[in-house]
Design a protein around this ligand. Structure first.
Ligand code: WT7
Length: 655
């Protein structure tokens, strides 16, 4: 079967939860039993944890697949659920956001204060003519106003489209155009790497005539938060300072009830290939799964925890696990504006110590970059407040997992490796801390209420011990409802491959081990075929970073006359290691190493030692560009790279 992926690497370490953790954990085995007995009934129960202005009587409507409706006859207000209800329950004084700017300025925002601020902005937006269903684009740094904006837009039944602050004026323009946004909320700039990096100029450029496309026509107003001291250009009729309009506005604003399927946000994802897609999420089902997973996977205890998810609101992780999940649960969270290494490489660990962070959720790319710098940096801080760690965004290789647990988690904290996507809206596969015995490198099991399978090209299960394609077999509450303005692309991209079975195809390869636990193997588009064996990028990369000298690795398949494809590896060597050993011979050593760790079939044909890897702004490696280099072609489109210069550096190093 061509879709089957060979499995070569084995990992036998196990970490059972401690009795003390299990004792206090929010989630328990009963959730799995309940969900298995009655999946829809289970989700209805989770949905009833929210406040419904009009209770729903319907759960799932799947009569028009792949367009799902959840809780469709119910009505709720997403912002009311994240704000007012906590205030009304007497928790208005609880801190919602412990915010710290990159220069070290701090603001604590309570639930009562955040509620008032959201009401003010909701009134401002309404006065500017924003109505239910209208789109508002956000282009903001990680400041409390970003959260306020998302919630104010949700409160009035409008739709937000957050554009990551690192994207260019062109990317911003195409997203504003595609969504037909009426308002843009931005800031003069945001602190990054020790200075204010400008944002408003990119908005001005995006709205101006771009390469003959004409002036942008849907945007009526730009609201600008003042964060720095940068001078900004001003367009009088259009631009408004936040501080001129929001503080004066009334805090009287009653949250209206909207049907559960009211669009909540559009978030553009380009992934590592293709034109950006506007992924559409709606209200009731999304908030249900966001809140539920934040409770049981992040084990959030709102009264006592200080939770920190490091994601920017420009990504879905920042939507679901900074804004909606934690606030729906009434949690206290840390919000940090800047970069991890400013003004010093231990900034994140300093923040954890200072704010007493208990639950920490970040990405493998960040963990590996800290491994590269060395353990003495985090070891200079008191991280003993941490009780749970999470990972998201890529496969986390066992070496990084173990390092994360030992060095950051004091050899004690459980780690949850959470698999999901912009499209799935919320966590789909993860251990439950306190319940699951964890395995480094495996995302393990679907959460209660989610059904997945690993199948071959015909949609038949591959069975334990085999690899194949990861699918979701039943609709789930936080699933995307479509691609903005393009229902055909929605159907083709996600549902066509297994149309007869009605499976959602995620684009990822995965393997089930002997226990039936899931191991993610990377994007199927990246799978290599060497002498008829389908090899996963994740496994070979994992073996490479298992070598003491390797900090990061990316492998691709390059066409090869004898084997069809050959494995080509790009590796970054740890700086400390480079000082001790000569680079000569290291390529051969790594080839041998992979052969020993996995088997001769996986041994790279070429190993290139490089200084950087091409990554998207969310930290995913763009393997197609490395494939271009490995096959000696001109390098393709690099516009979605975080640093567009790295490819010329890599090409030069390879030559
Ligand atoms: C893709 C989705 C999930 C929110 C952030 C990224 C990869 C994500 C894992 C994980 C292995 C993972 C997949 C997925 N991915 N989490 N725990 N283990 N791979 O959202 O940008 O939409 O990317 O990220 O390939 O399809 P996204």
């Amino acid at each position: 079967m061509s879709s089957q992926i060979d499995h070569l690497l084995s990992e036998s370490r196990r970490f059972p939860p401690s009795a003390a953790f299990a004792e206090q954990a929010v989630g328990g085995n009963a959730l799995y039993e309940r969900a298995a007995a009655d999946r829809e009934g289970f989700w209805a129960e989770q949905a009833r944890e929210l406040h419904w202005h009009t209770p729903f009587t319907q759960v799932l409507d799947w009569t028009n697949p792949p367009f799902a409706e959840w809780f469709a006859d119910g009505e709720l207000n997403v912002a009311y659920n994240c704000l007012d209800r906590h205030v009304e329950a007497g928790n208005g004084d609880r801190i919602a956001l412990r915010w710290e700017g990159e220069p070290g300025d701090q603001r604590n925002v309570t639930y009562a204060e955040l509620t008032d601020e959201v009401k003010r902005l909701a009134n401002v937006l309404t006065d500017l003519g924003v109505e239910r269903g209208d789109r508002v684009a956000l282009y903001l740094p990680m400041i409390p106003e970003a959260i306020t904006s998302m919630l104010a837009i949700a409160r009035i039944g409008a739709v937000h489209s957050v554009v990551f602050g690192g994207f260019s004026a062109d990317s911003l323009r195409s997203r504003i155009d595609d969504a037909g946004a009426k308002i843009v909320i931005t800031a003069d700039g945001g602190w990054r790497k020790g200075k204010v990096s400008p944002l408003k100029p990119a908005v001005d450029q995006a709205l101006a005539d771009r390469n003959g496309s004409g002036i942008q026509e849907t945007v009526e107003h730009v609201i600008v938060v003042k964060r720095g001291e940068n001078d900004v250009e001003w367009t009088d009729e259009r631009d408004l300072w936040w501080h001129d309009v929001v503080p004066q506005a009334s805090t009287e604003h009653e949250a209206q009830a909207f049907p559960a399927e009211t669009p909540l946000f559009i978030l553009y994802t380009s992934g590592t290939t293709g034109k950006p897609k506007g992924i559409l999420h709606t209200s009731g089902g999304y908030l249900t799964q966001a809140a539920f997973t934040n409770r049981v996977v992040h084990d959030v205890h709102p009264e006592t925890d200080v939770y920190w998810c490091t994601a920017d609101i420009g990504w879905v992780t920042g939507h679901t696990y900074v804004t909606y999940g934690p606030l729906a649960n009434g949690a206290t969270q840390l919000l940090y504006e800047g970069t991890p290494d400013t003004p010093h490489p231990g900034r994140w660990w300093e923040l954890i110590e200072k704010h007493g962070v208990t639950v920490f959720y970040t990405a493998p790319t960040a963990i590996r970059s800290f491994m590269k710098i060395g353990r003495d940096v985090p070891q200079g801080f008191d991280l003993s407040s941490l009780r749970l760690l999470g990972s998201v965004g890529e496969p986390i290789n066992p070496e990084a997992w173990v390092w994360y647990r030992e060095i950051i988690g004091g050899d004690e904290t459980p780690i949850v490796d959470t698999w999901w996507q912009t499209e799935t809206g919320a966590i789909m596969i993860s251990a439950l801390p306190g319940v699951t015995e964890t395995k480094p490198g495996s995302a393990q099991v679907p959460i209660p209420g989610v059904s997945i399978a690993v199948v071959d090209d015909n949609g038949d299960p591959v069975g334990n011990g085999s690899g194949g394609l990861l699918v979701v077999t039943e609709p789930w509450p936080s699933m995307l409802r479509g691609i903005w303005g393009d229902p055909d692309r929605y159907r083709e991209t996600y549902w066509e491959k297994f149309a007869d079975k009605g499976y959602y195809f995620a684009g990822d390869g995965a393997r089930l081990d002997e226990d039936g636990d899931v191991w993610l193997l990377g994007r199927v588009d990246d799978v290599m075929n060497v002498s008829g064996h389908r090899l996963s990028t994740a496994e070979i990369e994992s073996a490479l970073v298992g070598h003491e000298g390797v900090a990061e690795a990316a492998v691709v398949g390059a066409s090869d006359e004898t084997t069809g494809q050959a494995v080509v590896a790009f590796v970054i060597i740890k700086s400390r290691y480079l000082k001790q050993k000569p680079v000569d011979g290291l390529g051969d050593e790594l080839r041998r190493w992979v052969g020993e760790q996995i088997g001769p079939i996986a041994r790279p044909r070429d190993v290139y030692i490089v200084g950087e890897l091409p990554k998207t702004r969310s930290g995913k490696i763009m393997r197609r560009l490395l494939r271009d280099v490995a096959e000696g072609r001109e390098v393709g489109d690099t516009t979605t790279l975080a640093d567009t210069a790295v490819m010329s550096v890599i090409s030069a190093q390879v030559k």
